[in-house]
Design a protein around this ligand. Structure first.
Ligand SMILES: [Zn+2]
Length: 213
């Protein structure tokens, strides 16, 4: 009988120990990383008058770009849902003057009447000075970005530029850490905890939800 009671005592201690370990494990907060889905419409810019504006990208390449964008943004639990791809005819603006900033000239050439107020509009052009820009809609991305490779960077430079500009849509600023998504002219993809927090806060605002304090 003494032998049996010893076994019961050992088993009871073991169960208590297991319960304590399970109780002490860090609890993963589903709330903090519940997926946030933002809808995107892509516009392939067309222009006979200004060949620099006419993208050569096709729908399959746009899907590949957004697969990579979503791989990059998965670290923040944010997904950009590609809702539609269409073409947009550039306005017949005068050729760019030397004193004009490329981004201003490109933006002036893109009509906004096809844009959707409830989605993020992303336009692709063939060639321009900056790799991409966003200062109010739309996001504009160049299909031939110039960049420096960094360790662990993306193999799809157009996707990296798109993901960077979408970072600006989510109110992230530049941060010139070489491997960071928000560094200029690099192919790095990392985000720090503050950037993830800030981007998710803005994504919730876009979705019309109140961010948790
Ligand atoms: Zn930027």
């Amino acid at each position: 009988m003494i032998y049996v009671s010893e076994i019961i005592r050992v088993v009871a201690r073991l169960l208590i120990y297991i319960l304590l370990v399970v109780w002490a494990l860090p609890v993963h907060s589903d709330e903090s990383f519940s997926p946030l889905i933002l809808r995107v419409r892509v516009h392939l810019v067309r222009s006979i008058a200004n060949p620099r504006l006419q993208t050569t990208l096709k729908g399959t390449e746009i899907h590949d770009i957004f697969d990579e964008v979503n791989t990059i943004w998965s670290q923040a639990g944010i997904r950009f849902e590609l809702e539609k791809i269409d073409s947009v005819q550039a306005l017949n603006v005068a050729p760019k003057k030397w004193y004009m900033r490329d981004r201003d000239w490109v933006k002036a050439a893109i009509p906004t009447n096809q844009f959707c107020p409830t989605t993020i509009d992303v336009c692709f052009v063939k060639d321009m000075g900056p790799n991409g820009f966003f200062y109010g809609e739309p996001v504009v991305v160049c299909e031939k970005p110039e960049f420096h490779k960094v360790s662990g960077g993306s193999d799809n430079p157009v996707a990296r530029v798109t993901a960077h500009e979408l970072g600006h849509v989510l109110f992230l600023q530049h941060r010139q850490d070489r491997t960071n998504l928000m560094a200029s002219g690099k192919n790095g993809v990392s985000l720090n905890q503050q950037e993830i927090k800030d981007a998710r806060k803005r994504a919730l605002e876009i979705l019309g939800q109140t961010p948790q304090p």
